[in-house]
Write a protein that binds this ligand. Structure first.
Ligand code: NI
Length: 253
């Protein structure tokens, strides 16, 4: 019924208990999860997990926060993207919150990912933090709209959401929508049309209420669906079914 559109099952908090993670997903009605890559060093593990489990998928990319990671080029990303079960390029994007200028390398890395996505014909998974304006500018300059994708763990304003929707992108909400202080974000989520809305955990981080502060995992994506259902005056299962349909269409699975 639910699909977790963004998690990191290869991180040490979860990698040692994949059987448990999968079992709890089943118990919570979570049919699948996209295991998102953050470095090329990590990619073999990310891909292997997806290749070993029919309800997991993988991405390939180097996250903007990983300054010291091996730098990807277009050809490498495109080649890795051809491996079985790889359905997206990312996560990529800009983060001016964790790291400070000069960040020319980060903007260039983002451009490389968009070029790779266009060449591979795969959607993008985009992370943006304290950098919305530059993120949108680079998306436009590099014609990210040719492939589309998702703005993951969305925490920006309604205007930024609308700009991303105009570029053909989807908006994914995490457990942050369940946090007490996230009223502004709930208003954004209420305004995003169901046919462009995804749900995610970003596990092992950002566990939703009532698990806030603990290790997050894909089974908890149902709490995200529940929070969004409340905002839209719909049933939790309806959010699960609709967002799963959106996921399968976007990632072509
Ligand atoms: Ni992530």
């Amino acid at each position: 019924m639910f699909i977790d559109s963004h998690c990191h099952l290869s991180f040490p908090e979860l990698a040692g208990d994949i059987d448990g993670v999968l079992e709890r997903m089943r118990g919570a009605g979570v049919d699948g999860a996209l295991n998102v890559c953050v470095t090329l060093e990590e990619f073999p593990d990310v891909a292997r997990l997806a290749q070993a489990h029919p309800n997991l998928w993988a991405s390939v990319g180097v996250h903007p926060d990983y300054r010291e990671a091996r730098e990807p080029d277009v050809a490498t990303l495109v080649a890795l993207a051809r491996q079985p079960r790889v359905v997206a390029i990312g996560e990529t994007g800009l983060d001016y919150f964790r790291l400070k200028e000069p960040l020319d390398w980060q903007r260039e890395r983002f451009r490389v990912h968009i070029r790779a996505a266009r060449e591979a014909g795969l959607p993008l998974i985009i992370h943006t933090r304290a950098a919305a304006e530059d993120t949108l500018k680079i998306m436009r300059e590099e014609r990210a709209s040719d492939v589309g994708g998702v703005m993951h763990c969305f925490t920006e304003s309604r205007q930024v959401a609308e700009a991303a929707l105009d570029l053909g992108f989807h908006i994914s909400f995490s457990g942050i929508v369940t946090f007490k202080n996230a009223q502004d974000l709930r208003e954004v989520a209420a305004a995003v049309p169901l046919e462009r809305l995804l749900i995610e955990t970003d596990a092992p981080y950002l566990a939703p209420v009532p698990h806030r502060g603990r290790t997050n995992e894909p089974a908890y994506v149902a709490f995200v669906a529940e929070a969004i259902a409340k905002l839209k005056g719909l049933d939790r299962n309806r959010i699960g079914i609709e967002s799963s349909r959106v996921f399968r269409r976007l990632f072509n699975v």
